[in-house]
Every structure is written in structure tokens, then in C-alpha cells.
Design a protein around this ligand. Structure first.
Ligand SMILES: Nc1ncnc2c1ncn2[C@@H]1O[C@H](COP(=O)(O)OP(=O)(O)OP(=O)(O)O)[C@@H](O)[C@H]1O
Length: 305
């Protein structure tokens, strides 16, 4: 398959991404520039990015390793500071906030989902889900809790600790935790990166449902074209710039983009790796999902709330 439909737009340096689409904006970056180091060690991670993320949409951010995906998400979420430019969430300028305001913003407006789940190992699933609200001394809406737990499908696992749950179940706890505070936007960094394809699908279906049924806004970094195909919109980054803005692309169209970018080996490798994983999972001799074994929690990979 070659070429892209009119729904997909090549983006050139200086173009504003998302300004021509309908729907209110939940988060926005204006001339966002991020540079690490100086002189010979200087790296431009984000090169003058203009982008808008709309409410009630799931946006996937893709691109080769080192293209700036995590930096963009961290700057949008107030976890990293831009070198220049502005970031707004709900119309409030994140890039001008002090530490206290940032903490408040992250507690009240932003939900996080990380690749390594970041659950507290000594707490039960229920306690993990409620922890951010308790830290923020906020009241617990039991009806909302019950609805989320039902949608995530964890009803009979609430008393279990993370070590007693599969990788997919742990990530669904992390999803429920992110949804519990009804954030304006959830930022998800490779949410299915540690999961087998079956668990990935469960997590992605939950995220999709939270967008469809509850109008949740989600921005998700992923390397996985299958995960990106769950999104309403896919942005492709290269060398710190957004190069493509795709509206509801399917899996084939996403694979095609990486082939078009001269990254065909990567696309072929991704498809082959996925087929191998699916074959292993479908093999009756293999007992349980691959993700149940060997999950290592990285305590430095972001914060709990
Ligand atoms: N703290 C840092 N100090 C110096 N350089 C950094 C730092 N963080 C990121 N970079 C550099 O900025 C660029 C963008 O990194 P970033 O992590 O955003 O890429 P990415 O697209 O998320 O990559 P990956 O897919 O491998 O996670 C890379 O060249 C990276 O080496």
C-alpha cells in the first residue's frame, strides 16, 4: 500500500498541528523548544513544536527512538521544563508554573500511566487506585470508583497486591488510578510496552472506552503500530519535529508510514516480532502470558500520583 489519504497531513517546520480541527483544546504547545547540553554535547530534543490536543480524543505519538516523544510528553505534563516556548493545559500556562502549582496541576488535571505500572507493591489494587485522592485529601466518589472498577474488570481482584496480579491486571489498576481523579488529560508513556498482545488489547480497549464513554482525553507515546491504531489521531515525530498528523489511521496505514520514511526494516521487524509473540501465545504448550514473568518495577520511572 502506498500514499496516504486526505485525512493525513504532512507537517512542515513551523506548521501548527491541530489548529484546523474541531473540538475544544485540552492541551497545547506553542513554539516548544527543548535542548539538552551545550556546545558539542548539545541535543535538540524538540525543535519549535506547535501542537494542540483536543478534548475527548486519544492521540498516539510515534516516531523512531530519540525523536523526542518522551520529551514532548514530559514537557506537556509539567515533568520537564522547556528551553523556550509555552505549554498550556486547560488554558493554564504549565511552562510558567512554580513547583507548587505544578504539583497541584499534576494532582488535579493530569493522569499518568507508565510502562512499568508504578504501583505501590505493599498496597492492594483498591488502595493503589485510591492513593492519589488520599494523598491530595480529596473525597472518594464511590459510584465513580465502582464504575471504573467494573469497566476495567477488576472487581474480584481489588484485595490483591501487585505481585499477585498479572502484568495486564497491574496496568489496568494503573489505568483505573489515572481515571479515578477524572483528570483533564491522561499522559500514557508506552502503556503496553511491558505487556503481551492479549493484555495490551485489554488495556487499549479500556483506554478507548474511557474516551468513548466518559470523554477522557488521552495522549499516548507508543512504538507499537497496533496500539497506535486504537487512537483517533497519530502524530509522527522525527528529529524533534512533528512530520505527520494522521486522522484515524488503521494499522496498515501506520505500518506504511514507517516504510515510507525509509524505515521499512523497522516496520517489517515490528510486524514479524508481533507475529512471533502471537504464535507463542497461541501455543497451548506455553503456560500463561509472557508478561506475568519477570516484570521489574523501576522506582525512578516517574511518580506515583
Ligand atoms: N536528560 C537528557 N539529557 C541529555 N539528552 C537527553 C535527555 N533526555 C533526552 N535526551 C535526548 O533527547 C533526544 C530525545 O529523547 P526522547 O527520550 O524524548 O526520545 P524518544 O523519542 O522518547 O526515544 P525512545 O523512543 O527511545 O524512548 C534524544 O536524542 C535523547 O538522547
Amino acid at each position: 500500500m502506498t500514499g496516504h489519504s486526505a485525512r493525513h497531513r504532512r507537517v512542515r517546520q513551523g506548521d501548527a498541528v491541530g489548529h484546523d480541527s474541531s473540538g475544544p483544546v485540552v492541551a497545547r504547545a506553542i513554539h516548544l523548544h527543548k535542548q539538552y547540553g551545550e556546545g558539542e554535547s548539545e541535543v535538540v530534543a524538540l525543535d519549535d513544536i506547535d501542537v494542540e490536543f483536543r478534548r475527548g480524543q486519544m492521540t498516539a505519538i510515534m516516531g523512531p527512538s530519540g525523536s523526542g516523544k518522551s520529551t514532548l510528553m514530559h514537557c506537556m505534563a509539567g515533568l520537564d521544563t522547556p528551553t523556550s516556548g509555552q505549554v498550556f493545559v486547560e488554558g493554564r500556562e504549565v511552562s510558567a508554573m512554580g513547583q507548587k502549582q505544578l504539583t497541584n496541576l499534576r494532582r488535579n488535571e493530569i493522569g499518568f500511566i507508565f510502562q512499568s505500572f508504578n504501583l505501590v507493591p505493599t498496597l492492594s489494587a483498591e488502595e493503589n487506585i485510591l492513593l492519589p485522592l488520599q494523598i491530595a485529601h480529596k473525597p472518594i466518589d464511590r459510584d465513580w470508583f465502582d464504575r471504573i472498577v467494573h469497566v476495567v474488570g477488576l472487581g474480584n481482584r481489588l484485595g490483591h497486591r501487585p505481585s499477585q496480579l498479572s502484568g495486564g491486571q497491574q496496568q489496568r489498576v494503573a489505568c483505573a488510578r489515572a481515571m479515578m481523579q477524572r483528570p483533564s488529560v491522561i499522559f500514557a508513556d508506552e502503556p503496553t510496552g511491558n505487556l503481551d498482545s492479549r493484555s495490551s488489547k485489554e488495556v487499549l480497549e479500556f483506554l478507548r472506552r474511557s474516551v468513548r464513554d466518559y470523554g477522557q482525553s488521552i495522549v499516548m507515546v507508543t512504538h507499537d503500530p497496533r496500539a497506535a491504531s486504537f487512537a483517533d489521531r497519530v502524530l509522527v515525530l522525527a528529529d524533534g519535529s512533528i512530520t505527520l498528523d494522521m486522522d484515524h489511521p488503521d494499522y496498515e496505514e501506520i505500518l506504511d508510514v514507517f516504510a515510507d520514511n525509509g524505515d521499512g526494516d523497522t516496520a517489517a521487524e515490528m510486524a514479524a516480532a508481533e507475529e512471533t509473540v502471537e504464535a507463542i501465545e497461541d501455543d497451548p504448550k506455553v503456560d500463561g502470558p509472557a508478561s506475568d514473568a519477570g516484570i521489574v518495577q523501576d522506582p525512578d520511572d516517574g511518580e506515583v500520583q
